[in-house]
Design a binder for this molecule. Sequence first.
Ligand code: NAD
Ligand code: DAU
Length: 387
Amino acid sequence: MFWNGKTTEVSINPDAKLFLMHMSDAQQPSIQLRQPRRILVTGGAGFIGSNFVHHWCRTYPRDRVVVLDALTYAGNRQNLSDLEGVANLRFVQGDICDRELVDRLLREEALDTIAHFAAESHVDRSILGPGAFIQTNVVGTFTLLESFRQYWVAEGSPDSYRFLHVSTDEVFGSLAAEDPAFTETTPYAPNSPYSASKAGSDHLVRAYFHTYGMPTLITNCSNNYGPYHYPEKLIPLMIINILLGKPLPVYGDGQNIRDWLFVEDHCSALDVVIHRGQPGETYNVGGNNEVKNIDLVYRLCQLMDELAPDLPVQPAENLITFVKDRPGHDRRYAIDSTRLKNELGWVPKTSLDEGLRKTIEWYLAHPSWWRSLLSQEYQAYYEKVYA
Ligand code: NAD
Ligand code: DAU
């Protein structure tokens, strides 16, 4: 049961939720049965997108879920393999920049909601080659917005439709040690081609609400971790390198700070925002887990020593190696999610230690998943960044 002062949400069975509206003391509570949604999940074969598809199919089995994913190096059909055969789920391999395809899917599937995850998402890759980031993150988001706008107008501009744009805390730039955490009104100051492209897409989404009244929502989230995380990002890269007995490359002095959020908590925040967020608003999502990179890597090493049998190098911390810093490396991110807590009642449930344990256990149980990703492309990328 969940209560935010206005609404009590009672799960009565996986197919439906009752919303008991407590309007005022004078009014009788009314009961609303949740209408099934027909949702397009872009980037649903990536890390957060696939966790979100699992969350949505589990929570709302009567909803129609259409995944649109180009299956770039970061997209993986295996991330959805345990949902094979689910009748309400359709996977479409395609590019969000393909306007004809997006137009067709919206009409053919009578979609009413977009959860937009598709992006080029890795900062180091944006430094090596920014072009793909502008194409997918800016042009791709614009293509989705235009397609959804025309479709939404043709449908009579229904109030219930939603366009959720999943964005990042990196658009706010870098904090000094004593600065307060980012709020929804912190001015944008992106520092990498990745964060600049995400900032551009956020501005377009905002403009579509203000100009056309399209029911958009934006979330700006901190660093996620958990199952299905591609091993170019800090946590899965460290876990896999420990398993392989390879050096653990810590950039610069290791004192950079990130605010870590378990991916399932991010998915529950997005669920709440889709259902109860105010169109035109942005919501910050964070884990209240600010940690220095070097402390996180030490903690991962300890947990790996404890949970993984027969590691090639023990203790794992002997593998820690300081390497050349990332150009333009943001020093600190911290997210203030008070709005999400006060207005929609969301708080993260998973502590960092619990989330790290779950994540490590998932990687230990799925060696074929991560081993299949250590391709030539991955090795070539690794050489470029760490050589
Ligand atoms: P990811 O790189 O793991 O997945 C991206 C997915 O998008 C992949 O499946 C890829 O195939 C797909 N994709 C890429 N280009 C596409 C295109 N042109 N058309 C269709 N599909 C395409 O990314 P992620 O870490 O899951 O991040 C998802 C979203 O969340 C991104 O928008 C990212 O900016 C945002 N975000 C990520 C984090 C994080 O910590 N990972 C935090 C906050 C926000
Ligand atoms: O803050 C949200 C963002 O978090 C998302 O928008 C991005 O999509 C996501 O990739 C992530 O960006 P970061 O750059 O913070 O994540 P990454 O895992 O690449 O790095 C986390 C920190 O660890 C960062 O300070 C750089 C450092 N690092 C990273 C790698 C890959 C290392 O020290 N060594 C490494 O090998």
